[in-house]
Structure formats: C-alpha cells, structure tokens
Design a binder for this molecule. Structure first.
Ligand code: PLP
Length: 404
C-alpha cells in the first residue's frame, strides 16, 4: 500500500543530515557541557554552535536562546514566567481564542490563581485584530501572548503590528508589558524575525522543522524578567536548570541552519503543492469549505471541512488507504468535541466536526498529492452515503456529491 504523510504540522520526519550531525553526540562525544575536561568542553562548544544557529534562524542573539524540551515547555516558561515575575505590577493577561492547548492550559491555570485573562476572538478569517488587543489593554496588563501562526488552520497573526502597539504602550510608561508569541508552527515555514516582530519572548519546537522530538527553545529578549520554572542548576543562565540534551540540541541547531538556508525553496515547494491540492479538491468534491484566510496562511497547510462528514471517520478511512492527516476534534467521553479553533471561526458544529488538516512537508511529492486526490473524493462519497442527513439534503436537491 502506498503511504502518504500529510501531517507535518503534528511532527516532521528527521532530516538525514540532521541525524548525521547528532550521531557523534550519542556515541563518542558524550560529555556533559558543565564538565571542565575535554569531553565537557567539546559538548559545550557544540551546544554553543547550535545556539548560534537557532538564534540566526530568528534574528536573535545567541545568549537570548534558552534550550528546553519543546514548544509546550517554552509556552509554560514564557507565560507563567512573566506572569509570576511581574505579579506585583499586575495580573492581567491577553491572549487569543485559538492558541495551542499548552498556552490555553497555562492561561486557565493563571485564572485559577487569581489572574484575569482576556481571550480575543478571531472572526471568520481566523485572524486576531490589533484593535481588539488595544481595546483589551489595561494598566495592569503584564503580558500579551498571541501565536504567530495557528497549528490547525495556519493563519498568520499580526504579531509585528501587536509588537508595535506594545512598544507604543511601553513608551507611554507601561514598562512591564511584555509580548510573547508561539512561533512553533511558523519557524521553517515563513520568515520569523524576533526584531521585526518586536516580541520579548518567542517559542520554538525542533520537531516541527525536521529535527527530533523533545527539544525546543524560548527566545528571551535581553533584560526580560522571567521566573524560572525549573530550578536547581546553573544551566541556560539559570533560566532552565538541568543537563542540556546535547544530541538533540545539536540536531536542532543543524535543522535550524538548514531551515534558514532552504526557507525560500521549502515555501515555494509546499505552497505550489498545497495550491495544486486545493484546486484538485475543489474540482472533485462538492460541499467543501476551506477554513482560515486563504491568503494570510502558512504555505504548507490546508484545513478543509467536508459537509455531512465526520472528520474522525474520514481520517480513519484515509488512514486505511495509507494517507495520514489529522482532525482538530477530540474524542472526550464518547462524543466528538468539535475543534475550538474551527468553532472560533463561527462555523457550525457540523462543519467543525467535518474538518481535516492536511499539512505538507518539504519532501512531499506531486505523485503523493495525486494519490490523495484519487482516494479522497471516494472516501468522502462513501461516508456521505452513510449519512441520513446527506441523503435528506440530496433528496432536497442540494446536489452534493463527488464531481467528475
Ligand atoms: C502552535 C504550537 N505550539 C506548541 C506546540 C507544542 O510543541 P511541543 O510538541 O514541542 O511540545 C505545538 C505542537 O503541536 C504547536 O503546534
């Protein structure tokens, strides 16, 4: 059976060049970077090299990069770290309704601890409005956390404009106001420039850019106060205690270097295949709705709702034919909860439950997309045949079905 992996927003395959770079650090170069001897210094130099590469990917200084276990930990450290360290100045946080569950989880926890959280809407296009951020700002706001690109629909948020607003507010005396952005999905798929964005903190995860899982970074702008969440060691300038995951950090560094060098190529490749895929879907399947602004979006991702189809059912059907995709809906207590992100677009439950995320990678081929375009219309048609609602709508002359 042919296998096609279209779930690169969940994770990416590790690039063989990245594996090659990390291998010596699993074998002969096994030192602890804190050790004074040769082995330690060799590991320290490798971590420092990786730090320079990750910094270069986002136009930061190497000493502003904190290595940690991934995007989830980066979001935890950024949000809780700022909220705790600036509690004396205020306990108000602004975020959006479409953040990753790690950001949502920390904000919910802060609320339970007595903080106030404003969750901004995103409207039908899946984009936060800068004016809403301005309106939500209060004298006691200490943090704005808005992701750079969404993981389900790929919409790119106006973080640079929010950064300009935050700078304006700081110039007017709100010195303690900080801006965090989750750039986990954006890195390697669009230009991410911490200076141009004007953010104080920025989260990254290596496994979204063809490096292994379990390593990531938080960019922390110089002189940003942050309560460490892991203490008891001097590593990472005291911001994240614990022996560094040297092989994974080396891999992350190499992947960051490749992502920077190959960004233009990767963007052009995934965008052209994604657009080819979407045209094919539009030509072959009726009753489809594309979710999220189609211009202001990451190049590798397409989120589609199929009317009269449960996303979960379609996912399983495609999986049986070797095609790996994902849905935003989650199965809880036996019922499918529609994706909160698709719901935030104002979509009804049926469309929210019928949404599927197709996310391409740098190595996805046109032949793979052709295979998906062959099996997808049949899978949709088969599921619709089983849907009483579809039968009823079709009898009523909706005329939904497979085209061509
Ligand atoms: C937008 C976003 N933020 C954070 C994360 C979490 O990253 P990690 O898997 O490295 O913990 C993800 C992963 O899916 C993500 O898509």
């Amino acid at each position: 059976m042919q296998r096609v992996y279209l779930d690169n927003s969940a994770t990416t395959p590790v690039d063989p060049r990245v594996v090659e770079a990390m291998l010596p650090f699993l074998t002969e170069k096994f030192g602890n970077p804190s050790s004074v001897h040769f082995y330690g210094q060799e590991a320290r130099a490798a971590v420092d090299r990786a730090r320079r590469e990750v910094a270069a990917l986002i136009n930061a200084r190497p000493n502003e990069i904190v290595f940690l276990s991934g995007g989830t930990e980066a979001n935890n450290l950024a949000i809780r770290g700022v909220a705790e360290s600036s509690a004396e100045h205020g306990r108000h946080v602004i975020t959006s309704q479409i953040e990753h569950s790690s950001t949502r989880g920390v904000c919910d926890q802060l609320e339970r601890r007595g903080y106030e959280v404003a969750r901004l809407p995103v409207y039908e296009d899946g984009v936060v409005r800068v004016e809403d951020v301005r309106a939500a700002l209060r004298p006691d706001t200490v943090l704005v956390s808005v992701m750079l690109a969404n993981n389900e629909i790929g919409t790119v948020q106006p973080v640079a404009e929010i950064g300009a607003l935050v700078a304006e507010e700081r110039a007017r005396g709100r010195k303690h106001l900080k801006l965090h952005t989750d750039a986990v999905q954006a890195a390697g798929r669009m230009t991410v420039d911490a200076q141009a964005l004007g953010c104080d903190l920025l989260s990254l995860s290596a496994h979204k850019l063809n490096a292994p899982k379990g390593v990531g970074a938080l960019y922390v702008r110089r002189s940003t106060r942050l309560s460490p969440q892991s203490i008891g060691g001097h590593q990472e300038r005291g911001r994240r205690a614990g022996t560094e995951a040297v092989p994974s950090i080396v891999a992350f560094g190499r992947a960051a270097q490749l992502a920077r060098e190959e960004l233009g190529e990767r963007v052009a490749h995934t965008r052209s295949l994604r657009d080819y895929f979407e045209s094919g879907v539009e030509a072959r399947v009726s009753g489809v709705v594309f979710n999220g602004d189609r211009a202001r979006r990451l190049p590798h991702l397409s989120n589609v709702s199929f009317r009269f189809v449960e996303g979960e059912g379609l996912l399983i059907n495609l999986d049986m034919q070797g095609v790996a995709v994902s849905t935003g809906s989650a199965c809880s207590s036996g019922s499918l909860e529609p994706s909160p992100v698709i719901r935030a677009l104002g979509r009804d439950d049926e469309l929210a439950r019928g949404s599927i995320r197709f996310s391409l990678g740098k190595d996805t081929t046109r032949e793979e997309i052709d295979y998906v375009l062959e099996v997808l219309p049949r899978a949709v048609e088969n599921l619709r045949r089983l849907s009483p609602l579809y039968q009823k709508a079709n009898a009523g002359g909706w005329g939904l079905g497979v085209r061509g």
